[in-house]
Design a protein around this ligand. Structure first.
Ligand SMILES: [Zn+2]
Length: 112
């Protein structure tokens, strides 16, 4: 059940999507241009968000994402130090998927 505020947020997001559907949208960091494409099944804002989190060469989030990927790899190496390879894979996946301290890192890497 959606609250009144949640319904209003969805209505306003749809309104923004409708307004942007006939426009070009530029990434302010690298200048990459999108749209207009009436056949696009997602809102232009969603396309821009996807660009920022997964493709913009200039956005600060790109550097942060790369740093988090490196940090996860370093955590994996420390976690598995001294373990047999077949054991370390299982131990790492258990730790990575269940440790509360890993959750915010993995959520940030998902970019959603
Ligand atoms: Zn960009």
């Amino acid at each position: 059940m959606q609250t009144k505020s949640e319904k209003e947020i969805l209505r306003l997001r749809q309104w923004i999507a409708d307004l942007q559907s006939g426009m070009y949208i530029n990434c302010v960091y690298c200048g990459h241009r999108y749209g207009p494409d009436p056949g696009t099944p997602v809102a232009m804002a969603d396309i821009l968000t996807e660009h920022i989190f997964h493709g913009c060469p200039e956005h600060p989030a790109t550097k942060l994402r790369a740093a988090l990927v490196l940090a996860v790899e370093l955590i994996r190496q420390w976690h598995c130090m001294g373990m047999a390879k077949e054991c370390s894979k299982v131990a790492w996946e258990l730790y990575r998927d269940n440790a509360p301290e890993m959750r915010p890192i993995l959520e940030a890497l998902d970019g959603n």
